[in-house]
Structures are given as structure tokens and as C-alpha cells.
Design a protein around this ligand. Structure first.
Ligand SMILES: NC(=O)c1ccc[n+]([C@@H]2O[C@H](COP(=O)([O-])OP(=O)(O)OC[C@H]3O[C@@H](n4cnc5c(N)ncnc54)[C@H](OP(=O)(O)O)[C@@H]3O)[C@@H](O)[C@H]2O)c1
Length: 455
């Protein structure tokens, strides 16, 4: 009989624990989003370490007005008021810029890159205006600039365009990318209030800034569109290249007439590649009520993309707010940290989806050459011949009418005449509206809204 085997000795020695070097982060700005990042780091520390194979550590937090929040668990010794020294410290690997604005954010990002740190930022305004400088510096240094949070908040659209859709040629991008405007338009549509009241309500609910200009005049959406255009079409665009019109002049009456015609008004950021000529515009747009984008309301964002091979796809979620935005920041931190742990360099060379030298300035299609269908509203004096006069001017400018909605006669001296046109060139429309505005039987300036019928 075989002797009973002795208990197996695996090893007396404990396996030598390899202490993995932590990845150390410097956080610039602990306001809305920064605080969310600290919360996520605390809440998900163990999961992040498992995902990375190394712990993440906060090396320091720069914020001029940060007050201690006990539940954040931020050690007082980590907090500094100014970021200049922090971004160059040798014990920092990744700098997370969440100050917002231009300076000192720009200088600190460039300093961080020069000091060999990867960068993560949510600052779309800065990136849209300085993409060549910042991404150029990162590419030269072989470092990463993560910017997932800069467009669509928690909606992972940057990675989607750069990676998941890289096998296709994109034809058009339509984005609801400003939650403030979308909330105001949803309130006007659903509650029937005028713009000023909806804006006040949005401010009360924390959905609009005290100074809402950047949002309601469409500039924030234009910044985001610049980044989307680069990722989708491989060309660089600056905010001044984007035709930008906000929502502050929209009236409740036009939103109601649009509904009667079967449309919902949205602030859309639109980009199309027309054989190398890039159409880039932000403006109130009538979207067919049955379309997916028409159902995106409140603070939600959605980006609807037409790929040549894939066809249509849509990406939807919360476009702002502390935790949604912080998840996008952390996704960038983890990706960048993963490269660090693996000892890989050069992660930033393709941050915009193309090597920097391949990214030429876009050839932008002039707005006058854009072709759209239009909603038109004229305040016409209630007298015979007015419709004929308007139609004849439109006809002379090559614009044909699909339908006319004339509101009932009443005691008013003017009545609204609503028209929907077939596709027309913007230049022709402007010329026609100018001539119609001069008619004595038309009061005030004609109003128009562009329609995207074939989204
Ligand atoms: N909030 C969102 O939902 C959201 C969504 C997407 C992207 N983003 C982007 O994320 C970034 C941060 O936004 P946020 O909403 O978190 O801003 P925030 O709440 O204003 O936080 C920024 C923090 O940084 C501090 N700060 C700014 N400049 C500083 C400086 N020079 N030195 C020291 N401290 C400074 C601010 O202090 P003070 O208060 O004293 O100025 C504030 O505490 C921006 O680029 C924004 O566009 C935000």
C-alpha cells in the first residue's frame, strides 16, 4: 500500500509582495465636478485599484475657495490655493484641470505637459479655442490629454467617435449638447411659458448660470461642436468658424406653431461633411416630432450621428451635473493611468483621433450656401393680396412653399401667416425675407427657423 502522502508544503515563504507604485493625481479645481471626482475616488477606490492594478492617490488639490467638507475626507494638508507649483511636482503623474475658463487653465495645462504629466480636462471652451496648441504640445511630449467630459458630460461621445466609430466615415453629426438650452426649450414647449420665464425657472432650479450668455447664445454648443467636428471629420475648426445663433429670441408663439406643423424646436449643433466642405452651425432647429431627438428633453443631451456604413446611431444621457461629469473625468484618468502602469508612452498622439500633423484647418461652407427647409412667420396686415405678394417674392428667389397656415381673422390689425418651404439656399431666403420685410402689408421683421427634415 502506498504510504499516505505527507501534507503538501506549498511554501513556507510568503509570496514577496510587489508594492505597485500608486498613480498620483493633482486636481485643479474642487467645485462642482472636482468634488464629484473626489467623491468617486473615495467611493470606488478599491474598484479602481483592481481595474488598474495600482492604487490611485490624490497628491494635491488646488482651489482658491475650497472649504473643508468632512465627508469628502480630504486631508487639509493636500489643499493648496494655487496650482502653479502643484502641476510640476515630481510626485504627480496626472493633472486634472477643472478650474474652467482660459487662464490660468491654459498655462497650467501646458506647464503640466512640459513637466511630463498627462492631463485630463473638461474645459471645452479652452480646448475648442486652443486645440492646436494643447494637443500639439501633448503629442510632442507623447502625453495624453483626456477630454471625455468636455462634450456631453456623462455621455461617452469622445471615445465613441474616436474609437468605436473609427471604422466608418461620418457624414453628419446632430447634437443636443447644451442642457441649459434644452431645459428652457422643454419648459417652453411643455408648460407654454415665454423664454424669460423659462430662463428664470432654469436659474432657480440650478440648470442655468447667473450669467447664462455662453449657454443661451449658443457659444457653449459651438465650442463642443468644434471638438465633435475634429473627431468626426478629421479637420480642425475654431469657434469663429461655427455659425452660432442662440435661443434668446425664440417666441412661445413660434414654438406653438412649430408643434402644429408637427415639429419640436431644439437647439442643435449640426455638422455635415459635404465632400470636404464642412457645414458647422448652431441654431434653433425644427426637428420632426416623431424623431428620436425630439424626445430628448430637460437636462439630457443626445448626439445623433450618420455614418456612411453604420447609418444612424444615437448617444444619450445626462450632459452635465456633478456625478455624470465626474464619471467621464474618471474614465479618462483610468485610461491614462492604465498606460502609465503598463509603461506605455505616446497615448496622447492620437487624442483627437488623428496624428496632429494630419489635422488641417477645415474648409468651412459659408452659411449663405447652406440648404435647408424653413419655417417662416410674417405678421401680415389683414388685407387682400398679402399672401400673393409674399409668395411671389419667395418664388422670384427660387423658394417654393410646402404649406401655409393662416391664423383666424380677429380684432387684431395683423395676423400671423406661417409658411413651410421646400429646400432653399440660405442666401436666397435672406434676400427674400429682406424684400418681404419691406412690404407695407407686413409688420415687423419676418421670423424664420431652419428645419432638419431628413435627419
Ligand atoms: N458643472 C458641470 O456640470 C460641467 C459639465 C461639463 C463640463 N464642465 C466643465 O468642468 C470644468 C469645471 O466646472 P465646474 O462646474 O466644476 O466649475 P466650478 O464649480 O466653478 O469649480 C471650479 C473651482 O475651481 C476654483 N478655481 C477656479 N479658478 C481657480 C484658480 N485660478 N485658482 C484656484 N482655484 C480656482 C473655483 O473657485 P471659485 O469658486 O472661487 O471661482 C471653484 O472652486 C469647467 O471647464 C466646465 O466647463 C462642467
Amino acid at each position: 500500500m502506498a504510504p499516505a502522502s505527507a501534507p503538501r508544503r506549498i511554501s513556507e515563504r510568503k509570496p514577496r509582495e510587489r508594492r505597485v507604485k500608486p498613480i498620483r493625481l493633482a486636481l485643479l479645481g474642487c467645485g462642482t465636478v472636482g468634488e464629484g471626482v473626489v467623491r468617486l475616488m473615495r467611493r470606488n477606490a478599491a474598484m479602481f485599484e483592481r481595474r488598474l492594478g495600482a492604487p490611485l492617490e490624490l497628491a494635491g488639490v488646488a482651489d482658491r475657495s475650497l472649504k473643508p467638507i468632512p465627508e469628502l475626507g480630504l486631508d487639509k494638508s493636500l489643499i493648496v490655493r494655487d496650482g502653479a507649483a502643484l502641476v510640476e511636482r515630481p510626485d504627480v503623474d496626472i493633472v486634472i484641470e477643472l478650474f474652467g475658463g482660459h487662464e490660468p487653465a491654459r498655462t497650467l495645462i501646458l506647464k503640466a505637459l512640459a513637466a511630463g504629466k498627462d492631463v485630463v480636462t473638461a474645459n471645452k471652451a479652452l480646448l475648442a479655442e486652443n486645440s492646436a496648441e494643447i494637443f500639439g504640445a501633448a503629442a510632442k511630449a507623447g502625453l495624453a490629454v483626456g477630454f471625455e467630459a468636455s462634450v456631453g458630460g456623462g455621455v461617452p461621445i469622445i471615445r465613441t467617435l474616436r474609437e468605436a466609430l473609427a471604422g466608418d466615415r461620418q457624414r453628419a453629426v446632430y447634437g443636443i449638447v447644451n442642457g441649459t438650452c434644452n431645459s428652457i426649450l422643454s419648459m417652453m414647449t411643455e408648460s407654454g411659458c415665454e423664454f424669460a420665464d423659462a430662463l428664470r425657472e432654469a436659474q432657480r432650479a440650478g440648470l442655468a448660470e447667473a450669467d447664462p450668455t455662453l449657454d443661451i447664445e449658443g457659444h457653449d454648443a459651438a465650442h463642443k461642436l468644434c471638438l465633435l467636428v475634429t473627431l468626426a471629420f478629421g479637420v480642425r475648426l475654431e469657434p469663429r468658424d461655427v455659425y452660432t445663433e442662440g435661443i434668446s429670441r425664440l417666441t412661445l408663439a413660434d414654438i406653438k406653431y412649430a408643434r402644429e406643423l408637427g415639429y419640436v424646436v431644439k437647439l442643435l449643433a449640426i455638422a455635415k461633411d459635404d465632400d470636404g466642405a464642412i457645414e458647422a452651425r448652431v441654431h434653433p432647429t425644427m426637428v420632426p416630432a416623431r424623431h428620436l431627438l425630439a424626445g430628448v428633453s430637460g437636462a439630457y443631451n443626445a448626439i445623433y450621428i450618420h455614418g456612411e456604413a453604420l447609418g444612424a446611431s444615437m448617444y444619450f444621457g445626462l450632459g452635465a451635473g456633478q456625478m455624470p461629469t465626474a464619471t467621464a473625468v474618471m474614465a479618462d484618468v483610468l485610461e491614462t493611468a492604465r498606460h502609465r502602469v503598463a509603461g506605455a508612452r505616446g497615448a496622447g498622439a492620437h487624442a483627437l483621433g488623428y496624428p496632429m500633423p494630419h489635422l488641417k484647418r477645415a474648409r468651412v461652407k459659408p452659411m449663405d450656401d447652406v440648404v435647408c427647409e424653413y419655417y417662416l412667420r410674417f405678421m401680415a396686415r389683414d388685407q387682400p393680396g398679402v399672401l400673393g405678394a409674399i409668395a411671389s417674392i419667395l418664388g422670384r428667389n427660387g423658394i417654393s412653399i410646402v404649406s401655409v397656415l393662416q391664423q383666424g381673422r380677429g380684432v387684431e390689425t395683423t395676423v400671423p401667416v406661417i409658411m413651410r418651404t421646400h429646400e432653399a439656399r440660405e442666401r436666397n431666403l435672406k434676400r427674400a425675407l429682406k424684400a418681404i420685410g419691406r412690404l407695407r402689408m407686413v409688420a415687423g421683421d419676418p421670423a424664420f427657423i431652419r428645419i432638419e427634415e431628413r435627419l
